[in-house]
Design a protein around this ligand. Structure first.
Ligand code: GUN
Length: 298
């Protein structure tokens, strides 16, 4: 039986409607959440992500402070901008779009962001807190994946989860979140990567398979079992002369074939992508509430 398609656009739209209401309530208390956005250089994919983030801020009522630096910007310029935003009380969240141009030191920049404004959840302080299950900003793509599972009614507790990809942005944090001793964790997690000996042997065992390898067709139908839940985090551009822009977006999963075996599957685009931005804005609103001394439910 063909899989149920998990509609990330719809789940994200539901969450954004909840956020919009919350932002309106905060405005009545004189609180306007603010997000500082930094894009260095002209990478087309990064540019389109950042534009989408700014547009969604506007839609929800979050103030966005947009900063564009040229590709040849120095480490000093970037650090000074981060420092300025750290001190600015109108900014509750700071987003430095990654990857940065090669000459810049990404780790130093992430370390410079005030952990209380690290809405990407990339600062080692927040990563460490997440690992030991203390309250922290959760990084947006893994948190979005978990929200998609929960809101689709997929049981995570006790599931065999196989993650393909060990990046700092997706694979590593997601594995940590899913093994936490709480109802949205309690999974048995395997993390596969480029040195895994027999990838298919692992993926075939998965109740929930999360593809975050960054390579089209990493997961084919012969690599999954009947009834698997598939979350495709990949966003890959492949040449397509029939498209005006000359390419189309595909995930890491052979969607057409795998959907015939899966019970649930996310499409690309329209699956995980819309959730990442939504979780970023969720964190920004949480940060504004914390800065104003409000508890989560207030
Ligand atoms: N590049 C790709 N994904 C992300 C993300 O979630 N945050 C930032 N800052 N950069 C990214």
């Amino acid at each position: 039986m063909a899989a149920q398609i998990i509609d990330g656009k719809q789940v994200a739209a539901d969450m954004r409607a909840e956020l919009k209401d919350e932002v309106a309530r905060l405005k009545e208390k004189g609180i306007v959440p603010g997000l500082g956005v930094v894009l260095v250089g002209e990478d087309p994919a990064s540019k389109s992500y950042v534009t989408a983030k700014e547009r969604t801020c506007e839609e929800i009522g979050i103030h966005s402070d947009d900063n564009r630096l040229p590709a040849e910007a120095s480490q000093k310029d970037l650090m000074a901008l981060v420092e300025k935003m750290n001190k600015d009380p109108k900014i509750n969240g700071i987003l430095v779009q990654l990857p940065l141009p090669k000459h810049l030191n990404e780790a130093e920049v992430l370390l410079a962001i005030d952990p209380a404004k690290d809405v990407d959840g990339f600062h080692p302080m927040n990563v460490g807190k997440m690992v030991v299950d203390e309250k922290a900003f959760l990084s947006c793509t893994p948190h979005g994946v978990i929200q998609l599972l929960i809101r689709s009614g997929v049981k995570i507790e006790g599931a065999e989860v196989v993650i393909v990809g060990r990046s700092n942005i997706v694979g590593k944090p997601l594995a940590n979140m899913l093994i936490q001793k709480n109802p949205t964790g309690n999974a048995t997690v395997t993390v596969c990567h480029t040195r895994t000996k027999d990838l298919a042997a692992h993926t075939k065992r998965a109740d929930i398979l999360i593809a975050a390898a960054g390579r089209p067709n990493t997961i084919t139908a012969d690599m999954v079992k009947e009834g698997v839940v598939v979350i495709d985090v990949g966003v890959n551009r492949v040449e397509d002369a029939t498209k005006k822009r000359g390419y189309r977006l595909v995930g890491d999963v052979d969607f057409e074939a795998v959907k015939e075996k899966a019970s649930f599957i996310t499409p690309v685009p329209g699956g995980v992508g819309p959730m990442t931005i939504t979780m970023l804005l969720y964190n920004t609103v949480e940060s504004a509430k914390r800065a104003a001394g409000l508890a989560p439910g207030e």
